[in-house]
Design a protein around this ligand. Structure first.
Ligand code: GLP
Length: 231
C-alpha cells in the first residue's frame, strides 16, 4: 500500500509500473479500467509513449466493463472513453483492444464470448482497478452473492447517481452493464488498485481492513497474493 501526497504522484507511479511491465514484456496483457481515477495514469502512459520510452504495439488490452445499450460511438460508452483517453494516442493495435459489447443481441452470450477470449490469452498480467463509493470493482455491485465470470449486472442506484455527472441527467444513465466478474479479476497476476481523494478514504479502509464480504466486492482483493494499492 503506497500512500502518496498528490494525485500527480499516483499517476506517475501507476504509469511507471505499467511501462516497466511493458518494457520487460512487450506482449503483456493489460486489464484496463474506466472512471475518472485512471485518466491521469493514461495521460502519463501517453507521455511515456510520445517520449519513446515504451511501445504498446504487441500489448493486448481487456477492459473491465461496458454499459448495456450504449454503442461504441456513444460519447459515454466505455469503448469511446478508452479511445479518447488512451488508445487513439498510443501505438496499440485496435484489434488487440477488447471491451464487452454493450449492444450485443444477447448480452449473456457476449459475457461468455468475452470470457473465452480472456481465457485464450491466458492471464491478465496487470489489472488496473478503481473503486466505487459502495465498494464496487468493475461493475460488480455489493450483493449477497457475486458472479465469477463476465455477466450482466443491474447498476446500483448509488452508481447511477455517481455516474450521472457524465450524462445529461440520471435518467440517461443505463440501468445495466456487462462486467468482468470478481473471479476473472482475481485471476490477474498483479492487481493495481487506485483511489484518489478523501471521499474514497472510508471505502478503501473498509475494503482493505474490513471483513471479506460480497457486500463490499473490493474486500475480495484482500485474498489476492499480489495487490498493489496506490492512494
Ligand atoms: C465506475 C466504473 C468503475 C470505477 C468506478 C469509480 O462506474 N465501472 O470501474 O472504478 O465507477 O469511478 P471513479 O474513478 O470515477 O471514481
Amino acid at each position: 500500500i503506497l500512500k502518496l501526497p498528490t494525485a500527480a504522484e499516483v499517476n506517475e507511479v501507476g504509469a511507471d509500473l505499467i511501462t516497466s511491465l511493458v518494457q520487460t514484456k512487450p506482449n503483456a496483457v493489460l486489464g484496463l479500467a474506466t472512471g475518472s481515477t485512471p485518466v491521469g495514469i493514461y495521460q502519463e502512459l501517453i507521455r511515456a509513449y510520445q517520449r519513446g520510452l515504451v511501445s504498446f504495439k504487441q500489448v493486448k488490452a481487456f477492459n473491465l466493463d461496458e454499459y448495456i445499450g450504449l454503442p461504441a460511438t456513444h460519447s459515454q460508452s466505455y469503448a469511446y472513453f478508452m479511445k479518447e483517453q488512451l488508445f487513439n494516442h498510443i501505438d496499440i493495435d485496435p484489434e488487440q483492444t477488447n471491451i464487452p459489447n454493450g449492444t450485443a443481441a444477447d448480452p449473456h452470450e457476449e459475457g461468455k464470448r468475452y470470457d473465452a477470449l480472456l481465457e485464450s490469452v491466458g492471464n491478465i498480467d496487470l489489472q488496473i482497478l478503481g473503486i466505487g463509493h459502495n465498494g464496487h470493482i468493475g461493475f460488480n455491485e455489493p450483493s449477497p452473492a457475486l458472479v465469477s465470470g463476465t455477466h450482466v449486472v443491474e447498476l446500483a442506484e448509488q452508481t447511477r447517481e455517481a455516474n450521472a455527472r457524465f450524462f445529461e441527467d440520471k435518467s440517461q444513465v443505463p440501468t445495466h452493464a456487462l462486467t468482468m466478474g470478481v473471479g476473472s479479476i482475481l485471476k490477474a497476476k498483479t492487481i493495481l488498485l487506485v483511489a484518489k481523494g478523501a471521499d474514497k478514504a472510508n471505502i478503501v479502509h473498509r475494503a482493505l481492513t474490513g471483513p471479506i464480504t460480497t457486500e463490499c466486492p473490493a474486500s475480495l482483493l484482500q485474498t489476492h497474493p499480489h495487490l498493489i494499492v496506490l492512494l
